[in-house]
Design a protein around this ligand. Sequence first.
Ligand code: NAG
Ligand code: NAG
Length: 286
Amino acid sequence: MVLYLIGLGLFNEQDITLRGLEAVRRCSRVYLEAYTSILLCGKEKLEALYGKDVIIADREMVESRAEEILDGADAQDVAFCVVGDPFGATTHTDLQLRARERGIPVRVVHNASVMNAVGACGLSLYRFGEAVSIVFFTDTWRPDSFYDKILANRRLGLHTLCLLDIKVKEPDLAALARGRVVYEPPRYMTINTAIQQLLEVEERRKEGAFSNSSLGVGIARLQADDQQIVAGTLEQLLEVDFGAPLHCLVLAGDLHVTEREMLEFYMMGTTDGCGCGNASGTQQES
Ligand SMILES: *[C@@H]1O[C@H](CO)[C@@H](O)[C@H](O)[C@H]1NC(C)=O
Ligand SMILES: CC(=O)N[C@H]1CO[C@H](CO)[C@@H](O)[C@@H]1O
């Protein structure tokens, strides 16, 4: 039959498309990919709407036990649901290739992802360069490969969308060494941490990809009723409490007039913006 890759949108159970919902309801098994992003509602809500049990697919299952997901998909439809759009970030290429190898047709049902919803901040999607991921630095691992990409975008005057690390179901290495599998509590990188890391890398590299005074836009809980969008210098944004996850950050490139006008609305310390560092919800119907 069919393996459906279904985008769930960004916020809650209601963001799935009608097409996605009909597909889910036809499927015999429903998986929810739950490690590259989180839906801001619990899986119980999805189960109530779909009238189906939802199986949480963690990284280990998707990467090492893909066959299990596909088992039976030649006889009955299986849905693999992804927060955002199926091709937002992780494209689940492996799962698709395996399905095709087994002769199982793959159908995709799209929905909004941060890659397009980020336009809510007023910057034009056409003027974004390559997106980057910023991972949590550790004492021994401080990768800065994002720096070159930001610099390249900067030189072309393009904006950069920075996707911030989320750590869900990471094995506790100390426990693992003692032969026990224990998972660390989930961690979601805040905009503040991302900026600290960015500035640390700039201090090291000194090639001018950005500075304390570069313009950025912090975006928290996109599409949620309490979404928060704040524009300001990186130094200013460092002081803002963006609250609960998920967060992402945009480093602004050159601004067109209309982009500047839109961004003004979210700018910190201005009077035509709300000035309180919290401009939420005004652009959406919710
Ligand atoms: C940012 O500002 C801090 C404090 O004023 C300064 O120590 C640091 O060098 C600046 N970093 C960058 C990358 O400009
Ligand atoms: C997050 C988001 O935009 N989700 C959309 C998914 O599709 C449905 C139906 O088309 C929209 O109503 C949602 O807004």
